[in-house]
Write a protein that binds this ligand. Sequence first.
Ligand SMILES: [Zn+2]
Length: 614
Amino acid sequence: MQLQKQGLPFSEIALGGKLKIILALIYYLVDQKNMCSRLFLLFLFLLPVTQSFSQTYITDDTVSDVDNQKLIPHQTVIIIGDLISKIQRADKVSIPANAIVVAGAGKYLFPGLTDAHVHFSQTGGLYTRPDAINLQEFKPYPEEIKWSHEHMEEVLRRYLKAGITTVIDVGTTVNFLKQREEFKNATYSPTIYMAGPLLTTYEPNVFKSLKDDSPFNLVTSVEDANKAIAQQLVYHPDLLKIWYIVGQDTSDIEASARNYLPIIKAIIDEAHRNDLKMAIHATKLITAQLSVENGCDYLVHSIDDEIMPDDFVKLLKKKKTILCPTRVVHDGYGNTFGQNLNMTVHDLRTGDPFQLGSLMDLKHIADTVLVKKYMTHSNKPETQASSKKVDDIMRINLKKLSDGGVIIATGTDAGNIGTLHASSYLAEIKAMQESGMTNWQILQASTVNGAKVLDKEKEFGTISEGKKANLILLDANPIENLDNITKIYRVINKGMIIDPDTLVRETPEALVQRQLNAYNFRNIEAFLETYADDVEVYKDKDKLLYNGKEELRKIYTELFDNSPSLHCEILNRIVQGNVVIDKERVQFAKGRVIEGVAMYQVEEGRIKRVYFVQ
Ligand SMILES: [Zn+2]
């Protein structure tokens, strides 16, 4: 018996491919003339197959029953292949000698989380929505698209590391629908569901010529709608999505909503004819109401213009329409544009460091006129007041919905400016908590209700016999404290036991960038996390400035506390092996700017030495 076999996150075996391999082998074996070689080959081939389907026992843990909001202690969960085979009282189970065992005593087993609203075509960084802020002069949008594709695997790994075993992309591009096929059987990847490009009556100019890279599909008539859907179906989306934006044709919102209704209704009907769920972006009460009355299955945002009438809450419950509140995405934009972002240690530790860092670029971008316009607008008392009003309405509506028994699914809208993939999940569930939902309600919204979006609650979302073994084994109880959802001991994905720390490899450059982000956000704990305990900081080659983390803590706490406008811009960066050399321009107080070079030497995943040259 092995005490614990780790998953192989960097060299997966494709589970679905196994059947094909076995069939190919049978043909090959029949071809072999010699009986001995047939038997030997059969033995060789079946060995890995039986191994990968061996039984895993997660012993004596506390199992969550999210449907009934109960914790059941001393349970052993048996996994065969990618399914939960049995759940039994720990003292009733005898463990076979060849089983994989994960010691679960003192730990909490929850279903893997679902983020029911993400966009892989967006990075979460500053340059990802040129229709919201056009900075193409500094970073052309095609570069951003390229980045998203090249980093999709890493983004998926970040999701899994955060315990998110299912993601629903509610509006992507044809090229992402194609790319997701690569990750279907990868055990480092959450299960991905995707809607096609957003069917919309309004398309921002900047996306118009992007073809298969556009997340929008303009439809201006019922015929257009049917044609667009037929085109999307070729790429097998799991659901369809409408961007129900009103007020472009007339300032009378209700008249505008009703003008577009025949197209909206035609799309919903066509989705249902094709057995697909219909997700709709409808943030106004009138658009949401018309959507639901006409068969929308999934509202992907809160209603933010009015407090919902009780009748509408009842209608959602009766029709089993699911709603995803996306509480934090709105502020992500406002706080980035106004440069009022607040990043926690969790954000700085787990978000993509380069996209996170880009959110601070407004502090040094050369187009100061544009920056000032955004900054002034975002910080105007009227703008702040209207943001607060929107937030208050969303908060009150969410409480009404959860009290009224409407199915809520957790989703971040990650990928939008200021809402980073994977790391923003914690902020989202905390905002749900702040709206008055209980931790159990939030955990339901984050697990089984995510499965309900696609009618897949019989497949995953709870810890039940026969369901997918997509689970998280936590070191502490998230029902007591929501933060404990980040204390992940193991992720179980597609039946594989994975140590979350093995999922994302941090390069020396990424580590230095993480350190820079913490510096710019003046977050001392996140900053120190990137340094070795015995770090040495030199001026020039040999003059030792500081020695050890505690000395660093003293110096930098004082600097962070006394420099509200502190900002470091990287003018140039060279990476060679474990050495990162940054040419930096640092603004300390208003007007006081210093340029210099910092050379970072990384050892064992931490910054071991720094040399400053001025
Ligand atoms: Zn969205």
